[in-house]
Write a protein that binds this ligand. Sequence first.
Ligand code: BES
Ligand code: MN
Ligand code: ZN
Length: 465
Amino acid sequence: MLIPAPNPRFAPSSPDSIALITCTPDTVDAALGALPKSQASWARAQGFQGGVADCVVLPNAEGGLAAALIGLGDAKAQKRDRFLAAAAMRKLPSGVYQFADGLAGAALEEACLGWLLETYRFDRYAAQKPMAAQLVAPDGVDAERLEIIAAGEFLTRDLINTPASDMGPDNLEAAARGLANTHQAKIDVTTGDALLAANFPMIHAVGRAADRAPRLIDMRWGKAGPKLTLVGKGVCFDTGGLNIKPGASMGLMKKDMGGAAAVLGLAHMIMALGLPMQLRVLIPAVENSIGGNAFRPQDILTSRKGLTVEINNTDAEGRLVLADALALADEDAPDQIISMATLTGAARVAVGPDIAPFFTDDDGMANHIAAASRAVADPVWRMPFHDPYEAMIEPGVADLDNAPKGGFAGATTAALFLRRFVDTAPYTHFDIYGWQPTAAPARAKGGVGQGTRALLHALPDILGF
Ligand code: BES
Ligand code: MN
Ligand code: ZN
């Protein structure tokens, strides 16, 4: 089944829109001072101080809604979280609102995008109450761009939130085909035993024990301009394979296609914005299942690139399927290759669920991504491709070890493993979590895109257009 195209939209501007006044604890006195006395007293009586998620509606003489005040919190609170306007806007009563005051520039953009993202609901299996407040896009904000970004993010969230029962490799393919169709992109999919004939042996090995056949999805869009290839881990469910995960570790593994969901969301943004570039998206889509034909510990696989890999843990499957996809990406020498994957538990231990760690050898690339991350409130952090650890992924009996013993630097050794499959292009890898463990402003609990908005923002610098 296809995921319906999510369509977050600002409200059309209306003469009846309700003024939305933002305050911080520092500006609350000035803001209340500018109101009619009765309204200011009303806000004070409600205890409104401009703190995080403070929200007060102001009545007019007829008892209708004259305006609303929302708090953004002080500088310390704003350092502790992002999209704070959304935290208050979710409390507003039904109505069409319009920012009426001094919010400008990046803060205004963030407030508008925050509202769009806050409207997300995953309602495929049960109806959810929609957000009551609608927002008119203010002048000077690129409303269409923000709507496209939110739509890409919603696609990512829907793909991750859909359980593996409805999001197998076949469903992920259908979603990619739907997206390709929307944007007139070209798409080729290699499925099942055809993976062997087409030389994707590790994608086949990881996915062959599942009833739903493994596949490689290859989407291309754009006729001219610099070439970017995105590669996303599409493990639709990760049982761990024969090295089965304990229940607690398996509990969230429907999200193990979070990298694929993220690159599809980013691809939507790029294509809908019509960026002047050539995009390729590669997704190895598999289920890491258990069966008599499952790949085993100590099997040695020969990868597409020819490098041999000793399997020391069938739960280190992501790097195997990505390796064959990266080898293909590398064959046409694009200007950049970027992979996104829910690859290691070690990345979570290192930076927690809120930060997307990324690896690149290029300081300029790292700076572009870090600057964009700050500009669009999409936190990332650079981690090292530490060459001295290369020895840790060399088992002797084969070229590579998929699961080095010892557990040191697990995110780095996984990233180094992937880097072995890229020779011709600058390479960046994101080890994302793809999941918001508890609801936060503009991030509902559940699937979430990470690093995608930062990458979108950085693309002109990265690719030079
Ligand atoms: N999908 C997991 C990684 C993961 C686990 C991401 C939990 C986010 C949350 C991956 O396939 C995996 O199982 N990795 C192993 C690798 C190990 C066996 C070398 C890990 O990180 O424990
Ligand atoms: Mn695994
Ligand atoms: Zn996995």
